[in-house]
Design a protein around this ligand. Sequence first.
Ligand SMILES: [Zn+2]
Length: 270
Amino acid sequence: MAEVPEVETIVRDLRAEMVGREIVAAEVLQAAALRFPEPGEFVARIAGRVVLGAERRAKHILLPLSGDQMLAIHFMLWGTLLLAPAGRRRPPETLIVFQLDRDQELHFLDKLGYARAALGSAEEIVERLDLNSLGPDALDPSFDADVLARQLARRRGALKPVLLNQHVLAGLGNRDADESMWLAGIDPRRAPATLDRDEIERLHDAICHMLEEGLALRGTQADLFGRPGRAKHRRYIFERTGQPCPRCGTPIAHLKLGGRNTHLCPQCQR
Ligand SMILES: [Zn+2]
């Protein structure tokens, strides 16, 4: 699943591999993959642009291009990018193909077809994708327990949906949120305001641990070059309903919180 460790792995690969290279042309194979503009306009406007950088905001991948354009890509659940030799067979999950210099192509793929791309000026991308309303990034060095405490203060509802709200904290997906709350020993149904300082610090440390471990192992999916990451999709409790908790042996429980599948140990998450 494409959560922040997977997205950040691809962004780092893009930064190492793509900066300074030209997008010679593009083919939109599935028009629904474009948020904006229309496919014809997209193809006409992106041709000949040089990639100037690769950045991440929450789960958005941002590629600033020459001529004041920015390509934005969001993987949703299972999207990815793959660098391939020109002319390689395009699997059915191919959404967009970017033809590059040096006889290579960048394939934008998603087996579910939910992943999306957009092209516009930097200002247009920030405004239309509402990037300025994102919360602090959990991988940013300035993210500490004080920031987490401040972001959770006065938030209503259960902890888990609040942690998944990218306007509160950018960086946690469903999997990493469940594993972080298990590591911290905190029940995802708790009201954020009831967490004491020690619990906030444990939760902060657990979030950082999950994200940094996932990133160090290069995520759970393939990287830009198709090499599989070594992180586990099912690490401690995620999608392990009924299996023993690695800490206390109690069967892992499953419930829905804010419409999302949630996994927890009913014994050691308080
Ligand atoms: Zn347990």
